[in-house]
Design a protein around this ligand. Structure first.
Ligand SMILES: [Zn+2]
Length: 247
């Protein structure tokens, strides 16, 4: 509709009136770079790309079937998050894990995971907790005990639901990245020795605290849960360092 003569020409531009094609393109790009990020990170976490390995952009493009720009964006983000190191004129390397960084990783998770649990207990909905219950119910203890990766996937899913329930995008992004770093350590040091079944078992009690809205209980349980996982990794790392030939 044309504005009547004499009416103010200023108007509020709503999102829907923004130039469409450009928006769609940007959106597609960002979702491709998100896809590239997730796929590359998964390969790094699961050690398909080992620490120190050299990554080549053209090979990654071929492997993922994703174009140059999204791959570059994904690599930049992985660089910022310490999964890779982009060294100008030398190449892209899968980041090593410095022992000194373990403490930083653990102390950050030790504060943020319980904090997310507290928020989740207050802000989460029945839908979150029903989904978490369903995720936990899929655990067949006998079958899962033989498959650490399946258990870890359940653990991860429970954490994701908790982060979503906490309803803070910045917290979610940070915890997602920290969990992935921690997951990578599990694959590096614990995959052969540890049984994450008890860790998944702990999520049952955490779920009950979250569902009942008990922020203190949820925070305490998650604090203990994260601490016991981290202690296990620390022990495994120490053992490995003392006996480098063992693994
Ligand atoms: Zn967990």
């Amino acid at each position: 509709m044309l504005p009547a003569v004499g009416q103010p020409q200023l108007r509020i531009v709503t999102g829907q009136e923004l130039p469409r094609p450009e928006r769609t393109l940007t959106h597609m790009n960002s979702s491709l770079s998100q896809q590239a990020y997730e796929q590359l990170r998964r390969r790094i976490v699961e050690l398909e790309f080992a620490p120190g390995a050299v990554l080549r952009e053209d090979e990654l493009r071929e492997l993922l079937g994703i174009g140059r720009t999204p791959i570059r964006e994904a690599l930049q983000r992985l660089d910022r998050e310490h999964f890779v190191s982009v060294v100008p004129r030398q190449g892209i390397f899968v980041a090593g894990i410095e022992v000194g960084e373990l403490a930083m990783l653990f102390e950050t998770r030790a504060v943020l995971e319980p904090y997310a649990a507290r928020l989740a207990a207050v802000r989460g909905s029945a839908e979150h907790w029903d989904t978490m219950e369903a995720v936990l119910a899929t655990t067949d203890p006998a079958a899962a005990a033989a498959d650490g990766n399946a258990l870890l996937a359940i653990d991860r899913h429970c954490h994701e639901l908790m982060w979503q329930a906490a309803d803070n995008r910045f917290l979610l992004d940070t915890l997602d990245m920290l969990y992935a770093q921690s997951d990578r350590l599990w694959h590096l040091y614990l995959a052969d020795v540890a049984d994450p079944a008890h860790a998944v078992g702990e999520h049952q009690a955490i779920l009950e605290a979250l569902r009942s809205g008990d922020a203190d209980a949820a925070g305490d349980l998650v604090e203990a849960h994260v601490a016991s996982f981290d202690a296990e990794v620390r022990q495994a790392v120490t053992a490995r360092l003392e006996s480098p030939l063992a693994g």
